[in-house]
Design a protein around this ligand. Structure first.
Ligand SMILES: Cc1cc2nc3c(=O)[nH]c(=O)nc-3n(C[C@H](O)[C@H](O)[C@H](O)COP(=O)(O)OP(=O)(O)OC[C@H]3O[C@@H](n4cnc5c(N)ncnc54)[C@H](O)[C@@H]3O)c2cc1C
Length: 435
């Protein structure tokens, strides 16, 4: 964007899925600015040599398929439909996911421990004051200790007792104790969770969703352009190249904690509550090389606290087009900032070898690191009341903050697309009633 000033009715910050969907649904009279050089944000893809490398596991799934249908029929994205193949590395073996309904996959001693930790009095509902208490009641001590606690503590970087249960929703559906108990006997009862069937672009990695959505826009987003300051009184935004944009409505999708800090003359009480918003970053390590990975899973959960990463994705199993023939790629996800940490790399390679994933036929390894500064927001006791104050302040200044990080929530790509759609219709309705 050239230095100078311009005016727009709607200023949208960020060309991730929520910003792109907002622009698509507003249709016209907007400026969309994006700090990086391409669309997609967190659901972007690194194109490295012939590899397509997403930010860890990134697959589309849906509550009612309306978004999937819309992406296929209106945005013309060719999607593959897949049945999830997934396991959990537990007690040195791969147990099919969800582990709570595949308890017969555990060694016999562990099967009994998991069974007996389930057949005990239920904890009353009012005891669910935090995620740890909830998990103990829902899964029993065995699964709490072997899976839920170590996995989530690696991912969120805080003790489970500091998390509330507001984020569970569809991500962690309440398990059926009956199904868990009969699974000890080897009776597996059906699929589980929203992503047991998922969708993935036929070409180009997950970023195809964002790039096709971006091509559908009437006004092309402005890339390599960052918002650096906002004057609420004058409703003016300043970009990194000193361009000034005067707007009527602002829709933010960049992380809320950073967004708040660029507002001029921010009231002290808002600055204080915004500082209480907590998050954990996510580090990604792509491992590439020659050879064949023998595992068939799309992704693998790794709760074991002696292993530094919490999840492994195998991009070539999700779509063979993600990985050239004769080569392989793996993506590891770590909670926190371990970007280019060589000790983590060494520990990870040893763990992958111990798991049998890396072996002597795998050669010429290469590594690509990426840090997502904001990976997972933390649902602690202060989150909800802090957000109420921050959002009410922003709304009184004609600012909507949406998307996974703008709304400061645990949500997925479908939610980001729906956020954009809903906010556009809300703003258009409001603008119409003001005419
Ligand atoms: C590790 C991981 C795995 C995930 N797996 C899945 C999955 O399997 N399925 C699923 O459905 N969802 C998954 N998600 C969630 C999904 O990635 C998000 O819900 C979705 O991408 C959020 O889109 P968004 O537009 O809200 O945010 P973002 O994609 O983060 O977009 C925000 C945009 O704002 C831009 N920006 C930031 N600062 C500025 C600035 N100052 N000026 C201009 N632009 C700026 C950023 O560059 C970015 O493009 C996963 C998330 C993570 C972290």
């Amino acid at each position: 964007m050239n230095q100078g000033s311009l005016q727009t009715r709607y200023l949208i910050i960020g060309a991730g899925l929520s910003g792109l969907s907002t622009a698509h649904n507003l249709g016209s009279d907007y400026v969309l600015i994006e700090k990086s050089d391409s669309p997609g944000g967190t659901s972007g893809t690194l194109n490295y040599k012939e590899f397509k490398l997403d930010n860890g596991i990134h697959v589309l799934y849906s509550n009612n398929n309306s978004v999937i249908d819309w992406l296929q029929d209106s945005i013309k994205i060719q999607l593959l439909e897949k049945k999830r193949k997934c396991s959990v590395w537990i007690n040195n073996s791969f147990v099919p996911f969800p582990v709570q309904y595949n308890l017969a996959g555990l060694p016999i001693g562990d099967r009994l421990s998991s069974f007996f930790s389930l057949v005990r009095p239920r904890i009353k509902k009012q005891m669910f004051e935090n995620f740890e208490k909830y998990s103990q009641a829902a899964y029993g001590d065995y699964l709490l200790d072997k899976f839920v606690r170590p996995y989530n503590e690696k991912l969120f970087g805080v003790p489970l007792s500091q998390l509330n249960t507001d984020w569970l929703g569809n991500y962690v559906p309440k398990p059926s104790r009956f199904k868990m108990l009969i699974s000890v006997l080897g009776i597996v009862s059906g699929d589980y969770g929203r992503n047991s069937i998922f969708y993935y672009p036929q070409d180009g990695g997950i970023s195809t969703v964002a790039s096709k959505l971006s091509s559908s826009l009437r006004i092309t987003p402005t890339y390599n352009s960052s918002l650096i300051r906002i004057n609420l009184e004058k409703r003016k935004a300043l970009l990194n190249d000193q361009t000034e944009i005067e707007y009527k409505y602002l829709i933010n999708t960049m992380p809320l904690d950073t967004f708040i800090t660029i507002i001029e003359n921010l009231p002290k009480e808002i600055a204080i509550v915004a500082k209480q918003l907590r998050k954990n970053s996510t580090t990604l390590l792509h491992i590439l090389g020659k050879g064949k990975i023998s595992r068939q899973e799309h992704w693998i959960y790794v709760p074991d606290s002696s292993i530094p990463f919490y999840r492994i994705t195998i991009p070539g199993n999700i779509n063979s087009a993600n990985c050239p023939t004769g080569l392989f790629s793996l993506t590891l996800e770590f909670g926190g900032d371990v970007f280019k940490n060589l000790a983590m790399l060494e520990n990870s390679l040893s763990a992958l070898t111990a798991m049998g994933i890396l072996h002597h036929d795998i050669k010429e390894l290469e590594f690509q690191w990426k840090l997502l500064n904001c990976g997972y927001v933390i649902y602690d006791e202060k989150r909800e009341s802090s957000l109420e104050k921050v959002f009410s302040f922003l709304r009184s200044n004609k600012i909507w903050s949406i998307g996974r990080y703008g709304a400061w929530e645990y949500s997925n790509m479908e939610d980001a697309i729906l956020h954009g759609k809903n906010i556009a219709s809300q703003i258009l309705n409001q603008a119409r009633t003001c005419l």
